[in-house]
Write a protein that binds this ligand. Structure first.
Ligand code: DQA
Length: 146
């Protein structure tokens, strides 16, 4: 079976490139997918980029990843700060998990400073723009020995 990295994205990230570009930039999730695929491809690893505005859908994809993916890169967006359920789902996944935030959440409102997902993640990247997804993909490849 081809190795896969799941790149999961939470609410409002479907609007990446249009939404608050001064914070999140002008590139889209399609750009993120292309950049990460270019990094993973030479190692024989596919990326599967998914986005949902619904918590349960993200949880279902994390469960699906248990059977298919060697690692998860996740930007849970606002669910970062609220979702014990996503944390629990990630705890049921055995491979490496890297948490990504496009913006530097620590420079923003206090409610963005706490992440439930960080309690599970091998690494946390914030404030590198969409380059954070590339760094996270590289880190997963290192951790799985690709
Ligand atoms: C975000 C930061 C979150 O606080 C916010 O709710 C998002 C995006 C980021 O990528 O910087 O939607 O996860």
């Amino acid at each position: 079976m081809t190795k896969q990295i799941y790149i999961l994205n939470g609410p409002n990230l479907n609007l990446l490139g249009q939404r608050e570009p001064e914070i999140y930039g002008r590139e889209t999730l399609a750009d993120v997918e292309a950049r990460c695929a270019a990094i993973a491809g030479p190692w024989g690893v596919q990326v599967r980029l998914l986005q949902s505005n619904h918590e349960g859908q993200l949880i279902d994809w994390i469960h699906e990843a248990r059977n298919i993916a060697c690692g998860i890169v996740i930007n849970p967006a606002a669910f970062t700060h609220t979702s014990v359920a996503i944390l629990d789902a990630l705890n049921a996944f055995e491979g490496p998990v890297i948490e990504v935030h496009i913006s530097n959440v620590h420079k923003r409102e206090a409610f963005r400073h706490h992440s439930y997902v960080s309690a599970r993640a091998e690494g946390v990247i914030a404030g590198l723009g969409i380059e954070g997804y590339e760094a996270a993909t590289r880190r997963v490849l290192t951790l799985v020995g690709a």
